[in-house]
Design a binder for this molecule. Structure first.
Ligand code: ATP
Ligand code: MG
Length: 188
């Protein structure tokens, strides 16, 4: 049973790797058809939170939603945006200790919706932060592999956000935590 379990995990990892690579390749060659519509970014955020809830619970982590807005309209592909958010939230969960805290905020600026996801986890050293969006880049290879990642999540996230005319930024302090800020243009 132990061997089968390990085989299954490896197979899952390979499946995810192939899917991620295919998506990146489609994004590279502009073959990923984005289905952009007028959507409420708050709804998408709530959907993503719902989907990571199980992982939060498994690690006894607390997710604090700070936002008060209930409707911020943007022009975006709902599924791709949800994928980005799930990715960033999953990172926050994966790279934060049990009982850790994740906060989520969304604010409307003059021209943008700004989504801020902050954790109080292991963080990333200053010199590694610029490399995070590189394909296959993982800060601690041994540790990350145990967590089942492929190191493509953030590069896909960046590509999708860029395709929406947005921006994604990471600030972090080793041992203190990480903040990811996604900025997306508001609907005109
Ligand atoms: P994948 O997302 O493909 O399953 P991954 O999580 O390893 O795998 P990325 O999401 O691209 O890959 O992240 C790259 C690396 O950045 C991670 O391996 C991890 O070392 C580091 N990282 C990402 N988010 C955080 C975070 N919130 N706190 C600490 N380290 C992080
Ligand atoms: Mg990831």
């Amino acid at each position: 049973e132990e061997f089968l379990g390990a085989d299954e995990r490896e197979a899952d990892r390979m499946t995810r790797l192939v899917k991620d690579l295919l998506q990146l390749s489609r994004l590279d060659y502009n073959r990923e058809k984005l289905n952009k519509k007028e959507i409420n970014v708050i709804e998408v955020i709530k959907g993503a939170v719902f989907k990571v809830d199980i992982s939060l619970e498994a690690k006894n982590q607390n997710l604090k939603s700070l936002f008060v807005e209930s409707n911020i309209e943007i022009f975006a592909d709902k599924d791709r945006l949800e994928q980005v958010l799930i990715n960033i939230l999953s990172n926050a969960i994966k790279y934060t200790h049990e009982e850790g805290e994740i906060t989520l905020d969304v604010v409307r600026t003059l021209e943008h919706a700004k989504i801020i996801i902050e954790d109080n986890g292991m963080g990333i050293s200053e010199k590694e932060v610029p490399k995070l969006f590189d394909r296959f880049y993982r800060v601690d290879k041994a540790r990350s592999r145990a967590m089942g990642g492929t190191g493509l999540g953030l590069s896909i996230a960046k590509q999708i956000v860029t395709e929406h005319g947005g921006n994604i930024e990471i600030t972090s302090e080793e041992g203190q935590g990480t903040t990811v800020t996604i900025t997306l243009p508001l609907l005109e």
